[in-house]
Design a protein around this ligand. Structure first.
Ligand SMILES: Nc1ncnc2c1ncn2[C@@H]1O[C@H](COP(=O)(O)OP(=O)(O)OP(=O)(O)O)[C@@H](O)[C@H]1O
Ligand SMILES: [Mg+2]
Length: 578
């Protein structure tokens, strides 16, 4: 479906409001071109009309005055109605699009997010939808209005005096040509200004966020020069923009006054030989004045149309991305025992490099299994497959002997608790984060869960304890603290399968001990998988699995593995220098 069609499909439910908006626009255009005619009548039929008695002339002028006032009031209400209606329509349609878009994005598979930086996705949902809103609010009705207004003005000019219109007509092509020329240059410099501004923004974002690196490496001078160059480019493009406007505005003024002089030049003759009245000449001049605004408007709105069409295209391309396959919605929802089995699993993120190669592992309830391996070995990837964030290219993952894809993945995810390496908390309190904003879960239960993972005194140390407000995705908490909070969540929801991906940033020994103790106890009736970086934490695991280059290379208890003098031994050697 083309962007325009799809855009229109969003407008369809409101078609009657669009019809109303267009009717209002038509009426208001008619009202808009009334004032010069009223003044013309007042001058020619009453003020300058020597053929009727003075009293009638005065009465006529008063009548015209009242009519003028009524037109002004009508114009006010029509404009108000028009602005209100189009703004309402734009906001409503864009609200619909934005909501659908967010829902859609949330359902996209992880591979989509690997390909698209979060900034770009945010731009689609915030800025591009905004551009589309402009299409509805300003363009739809004002372009229609401008076209009708131009038509109305030309008809009025011809009605007033055909000869004068013809004599003036060669000025119109000049006006239109200069407008097109101006748009061309304006667009060019505008783009230049925007690009340079974007460069400044990107540079600032990168360097203010990374200011510590700049300081540490003494790069201030170098960065100062770089910024100076970018800022200078921006400044230059602004000056260019000034030139374009500096020439265009006065030139349009010149054309306007030229037109006015022509009206007086030719008009004076016609007044003297009584072909037209003075009032008609006045109306002629007024319409000329009115003629320029809609022309300029159309030229400007044309850009907005292009802009919003480009945005609509991008939005609808995003809509075309296929959603995640969430297993079978009517499939199995609950995990009974919690036996997990990887069978001949092969996996690659990009379809080029195998990250996991023929992995076979079994995890059973009642055991604490540790997974170790050097960085980049594929440990986290293994877990990304278990909760269905990614799908393996070959092989199967079974939970209680049933393939993952046979489950209703949405429900299954709830029963597999994953505490990631780098926990992201939502804004809200710690309480909200543990019970996932479900107010039906009482506070006591949350406290109990915190007790179970030995995190109560850590939370108590925070200001307001469990009601501590999490800011900026939880960066004010240490990574160990964040992991404990998510671990408490897993306990609260009583997940059968629990995976903890040990934080890579070193957590203090005390937090580590707490996590260890909690996991040990949880493993009594759950399947607990612990991905560990520090081998000191895996010594007591029931089983240790060693991953190397995406393959399971060793398996056993700590002592057995050390005796083997293989990969595990080497890892151990590096960490403890034995
Ligand atoms: N989203 C992704 N897209 C493409 N490649 C990825 C992605 N995530 C990880 N990789 C690559 O997959 C490989 C395995 O990564 P993984 O995160 O599983 O390692 P890990 O064993 O968890 O390492 P660490 O101990 O550092 O946490 C790495 O080489 C990494 O570069
Ligand atoms: Mg990892």
């Amino acid at each position: 479906m083309r962007a325009e069609t799809k855009l229109l499909s969003y407008a369809k439910p409101y078609w009657h409001l669009f019809v109303l908006a267009i009717v209002i626009v038509l009426v208001s255009t008619y009202v808009e071109i009334m004032p010069p005619r009223i003044v013309k009548d007042a001058i020619d039929s009453y003020i300058n009309n020597q053929n009727i008695p003075v009293n009638d002339r005065i009465a006529g002028v008063i009548k015209s005055g009242i009519l003028f006032l009524i037109v002004l009031i009508l114009r006010f209400f029509l404009n108000y109605g028009n602005i209100y209606l189009t703004s309402y329509l734009g906001a409503k349609i864009v609200y619909d699009i934005r909501r659908d878009l967010f829902n859609h994005v949330m359902r996209l598979p992880m591979s989509f997010f690997d390909r698209n930086p979060s900034g770009r996705i945010t731009t689609r949902i915030v800025n591009d939808t905004q551009n589309v809103q402009e299409f509805f609010t300003t363009v739809v009705t004002s372009i229609i209005k401008d076209i009708f207004l131009l038509g109305g003005i030309i008809i009025s000019l011809i009605q007033l005096s055909k000869i004068l219109f013809i004599q003036l007509s060669y000025i119109f092509p000049i006006v239109i040509a200069s407008m097109i020329l101006f748009r061309y240059f304006d667009r060019k410099v505008y783009r230049m200004v925007r690009t340079n501004l974007a460069r400044i923004n990107a540079f600032l974002a990168e360097h203010i966020a990374g200011v510590s690196v700049v300081k540490i490496f003494n790069a201030e001078e170098q960065k100062k020069k770089e910024f100076d160059n970018i800022a200078k480019d921006y400044y230059k493009s602004l000056i260019k923009q000034l030139y374009v406007f500096g020439i265009f505005r006065p030139f349009m003024d010149f054309l306007y006054f030229l037109g006015l002089s022509l009206i007086i030049w030719f008009g004076a003759k016609y007044i003297m030989n009584k072909t037209i009245g003075f009032g008609a000449l006045y109306a002629f001049a007024s319409y000329l004045d009115m003629f320029f605004a809609p022309l300029r408007d159309i030229a400007e709105k044309y850009d907005i149309v292009q802009n919003s069409m480009a945005s609509a295209e991008k939005i609808f391309n995003l809509f075309k991305e296929n959603g995640e396959k969430l297993g079978k919605p009517d499939g199995k929802k609950h995990v009974e025992k919690g036996v997990v089995e990887f069978k001949n699993v092969w996996f690659s993120y990009d379809g080029k490099r195998w990250i996991l190669k023929d992995v076979n592992i079994m995890f059973a309830p009642g055991y604490l299994t540790a997974i170790v391996g050097e960085t980049g070995a594929g440990k986290t990837s293994l877990m990304n497959l278990l909760n269905g964030l990614y799908v393996p290219q070959k092989g199967v993952i079974l939970v209680d002997d049933i393939p993952l894809q046979e489950y209703d993945l949405k429900s299954l995810r709830r029963e597999i608790a994953v505490v990631p390496q780098d926990v992201v908390l939502f804004s809200g309190t710690i309480l909200d984060n543990i019970r996932l904003f479900d107010e039906n879960i009482p506070e006591e239960k949350v406290l109990e869960a915190l007790e179970k993972v030995y995190a109560m005194d850590i939370v108590n140390k925070l200001e307001k304890g469990i009601h501590y407000e999490v800011v900026e995705r939880g960066t004010t908490l240490s990574s160990g603290e964040r992991q404990l909070i998510v671990l408490a969540r897993a306990v609260l929801f009583d997940s059968k399968i629990l995976v903890l991906d040990e934080a890579t940033s070193n957590i203090d020994v005390e937090t580590e001990t707490r996590i260890q103790k909690a996991l040990r106890e949880l493993s009594k009736d759950k399947t607990v998988i612990m991905i560990a970086h520090r081998l000191s934490t895996v010594k007591d695991a029931d089983r240790i699995i060693v991953i190397h280059n995406g393959q399971v290379v060793e398996e056993g208890k700590h002592r057995e593995l050390l005796k083997r003098r293989g990969v595990y031994y080497k890892l151990y050697e590096v960490q403890f220098e034995i």
